[in-house]
Design a protein around this ligand. Structure first.
Ligand SMILES: [Zn+2]
Length: 230
């Protein structure tokens, strides 16, 4: 395979020549890079025509990507943007010899992730989740105190887990479990989820009575719920 950069209709294109039968066009997040894979026998003119014909589509797609409507799947690599408490941080992978524990430069918005060479995406994701777990654990005690006073109920314990829902409350033993990814969200979301789960110590399901409790204890809950699920 050989790769070259070409310019057609003012669009910068990465052209890959391969032993394939058809021309393929992709517009990739996060930069909106245009990649064309073409068979070896197709002429440059044919490729130029191919692009001209699809110019509008390419530009539309690039706009969508740049407006953040289409996001690249996370790879957990250096330079990637990750959220912490609702703010964007740049991920920086460092060798484990340099740094033993994950570190955050809050001032410059950098997350330093120590990792071994040739790590898997899953390993890096897991390690970043450990940061979220730790951040959330540190944030919980004052929020729990505040919300307990508001709702008038106290859980037996609050656990942090990587889970599907934002939170969970077991009525039987009064245990609340929170999703570690709450550390990605604006801190107000943690408060909202905590109040929601504490309300389950009064009301089991999400009916009218529950919503009335939420209106009373967290008047902005509908707005915050939207922020949480953005
Ligand atoms: Zn609920």
């Amino acid at each position: 395979m050989n790769t070259e950069k070409i310019l057609i209709e003012n669009i910068e294109i990465t052209l890959k020549r391969k032993n394939i039968k058809n021309i393929y066009l992709r517009v990739l997040p996060p930069s909106g890079e245009v990649v064309i894979s073409a068979p070896l026998f197709v002429s440059d003119d044919d490729i130029a025509n191919f692009v001209k014909f699809r110019k509008d589509w390419i530009e539309k797609k690039q706009q969508l990507i740049l407006n953040n409507k289409i996001q690249a799947p996370l790879k957990y690599k250096s330079g990637e943007r990750h959220l912490l408490w609702g703010k964007e941080y740049t991920l920086q992978l460092v060798s484990r010899n340099e740094l033993k524990k994950i570190a955050v430069d809050y001032e410059n918005s950098i997350i330093y992730l120590p990792i071994e060479k040739r790590s898997k995406k899953e390993t890096r994701e897991k390690r970043l989740n450990e940061l979220y777990r730790q951040e959330l654990k540190n944030a919980i005690p004052p929020v729990l105190e505040k919300c307990t006073k508001i709702v008038g109920k106290r859980p037996s314990e609050v656990k942090v887990r990587n889970m599907k829902n934002w939170g969970n409350c077991r009525y039987q033993d009064k245990r609340i479990t929170l999703n570690l990814k709450l550390a990605k969200k604006n801190p107000i979301c943690l408060e909202y989820v905590m109040i929601h789960e504490l309300c389950h110590l009064i009301e089991f399901n999400h009916g009218k009575k529950f919503k009335k409790l939420m209106d009373e204890f967290c008047p902005n809950w509908k707005k915050i719920k939207k922020i949480l699920n953005e």
